[in-house]
Design a protein around this ligand. Structure first.
Ligand code: AMP
Ligand code: GLY
Length: 424
């Protein structure tokens, strides 16, 4: 490997801030560019003035600046084919091709791959015809889950207890509430059990699982309120048995192998969202990227050279010995703007980040933040900060994270107080 490698990282969430921090621990990073970044990332890296979703702009910037590795955080640039353009320019890229990213970009595509690969998932049907979809929902009845086929920023899933709720969900999809994502609708069986996320690195052949984690998707304490992008997470998930872990790894390996047999190399991070049902783990969804906020609890426990592992994913040389874990527990608590996941105000002054980070084991990853001209940090998004703590026990990590949350303030600060309650 070259002595130093200049990196361009796409994205602006807490996930990307966590990726930046871990990549910087590598012995090899050179100049570090981000697009668009956030308040925290831009204090630690340079801004690349490009549109992260434009394959041409990203590839041109990478070529002109001698970038050695482009790391793609979010799904939109992946589905737009940014990785294809970067690789076509002869530059290493972490993230799957546009075709491979259909594992996240189209629920129907993912379901078809799973069916061919023999991966356990909820029974499903997909529809482009509204009347046929409504007739099917009436036939199977609630409880049932209705999903817009395409990317809908985590919002296109309606978990319906009754047939009426399901029909309302179908109407939302076909009435265009999720834009083009809802033109095809997937209706699936409702599964029951605890959820577990398993992120894995892969070069298209070898798949190396990362540590398990659990997200908290609902907005309010007690898993009430609307679904969000995620309000907190912890790692590892103690409820997962070795058999369940092996079954989740097997599901992900099968997907990679199936895609390869179909002529598609999937390299990057494969994120499986699983329900641990009485019949074993079943897939809820696949994502083509790291999870947010799962990354913020998985990467702090990662021991190894993440930059080297990312390059190995691109070159087809990934091996299990590139990944190791420390035994600590990690938890992250999201501090959100009042009103999230609905509408919220921006531009609120944030205080206490530095004080919080002085606590042992605490890191504050920034998400929806902006550096003001006065050098201070302001809110600029729904999920603002990911207050993360690592400690020898989950209880200590949790206490420390909430202590840190108390030190941070901004007008309208909203958080869940029960992150990791299921594991304690
Ligand atoms: P997804 O974006 O597909 O992971 O769905 C978002 C959330 O909806 C998941 O984390 C689950 O809590 C829930 N969900 C999705 N599919 C199902 C299902 N088949 N059965 C029960 N809950 C589901
Ligand atoms: N934490 C959910 C996601 O990243 O999609």
């Amino acid at each position: 490997m070259a002595d130093t490698i200049d990196i361009l990282l796409l994205g602006s969430g807490g996930r990307e801030h966590a990726l930046l921090r871990k990549l910087k621990e590598s012995p090899h990073p050179g100049r570090f560019w981000v697009a668009p970044g956030n308040g925290g990332m831009l204090a630690e890296a340079e801004a690349a003035p490009i549109d992260q979703d434009s394959p041409e702009e990203v590839a041109a910037f990478a070529r002109e600046h001698g970038i050695g590795l482009v790391v793609i955080g979010p799904e939109a640039p992946l589905v737009a084919g940014v990785a294809d353009a970067v690789r076509a320019a002869g530059i290493a890229c972490f993230g799957p091709s546009g075709e491979a990213a259909q594992m996240e970009g189209s629920k129907q595509f993912a379901k078809q791959v799973m069916a061919r690969a023999g991966v356990p998932t909820a029974a499903w049907q997909s529809f482009t015809d509204r009347a046929a979809c409504e007739a099917y929902v009436r036939e199977v009845g609630g409880p049932v889950v209705v999903k817009a086929d395409g990317l809908a920023a985590g919002k296109g899933v309606i978990v319906a207890q009754t047939t009426e709720e399901a029909l309302a969900g179908v109407a939302e999809c076909f009435d265009g509430h999720f834009g083009a994502a809802g033109a095809t609708v997937v209706v699936e069986e409702m599964l029951d059990g605890p959820e577990c996320s398993l992120l894995a690195l892969t070069d298209g052949t070898t798949l190396v699982p990362l540590a398990t984690s659990q997200d908290h998707k609902r907005a309010y304490d007690g898993d009430r309120g609307p679904n969000t992008g995620g309000m907190g997470a912890y790692s590892p998930v103690p409820a997962v048995t070795p058999e369940q872990f092996a079954a989740m790894v097997d599901a992900e390996q099968r997907v990679i192998d199936q895609l390869r047999a179909d002529g598609i190399t999937y390299s990057g991070c494969l994120y499986g969202g699983f329900m641990l049902t009485a019949e074993g783990p079943k897939v809820l969804e696949f994502n083509a990227r790291f999870g947010d906020p799962e990354t913020q609890v998985v990467l702090p426990r990662f021991r190894g050279d993440l930059l080297e592992a990312f390059l190995a994913c691109d070159t087809g040389t990934l091996s299990a010995d590139q990944v190791a874990w420390d035994d600590d527990w990690a938890i992250t608590v999201v501090l959100a703007s009042a009103g999230y996941p609905g509408s919220y105000e921006k531009g609120k002054l944030i205080s206490g980040i530095d004080e919080a980070e002085k606590l042992e084991g605490v890191t504050v990853y920034q998400a929806g933040t902006k550096l003001g001209e006065d050098g201070r940090t302001y809110t600029s998004g729904g999920r603002v900060l990911d207050v993360t703590a690592v400690a020898p026990t989950l209880q200590e990590a949790r206490d420390q994270a909430y202590r840190a949350c108390d030190l941070i303030d901004f007008e309208g600060k909203q958080l869940r107080h029960d992150i990791a309650h299921r594991a304690l």
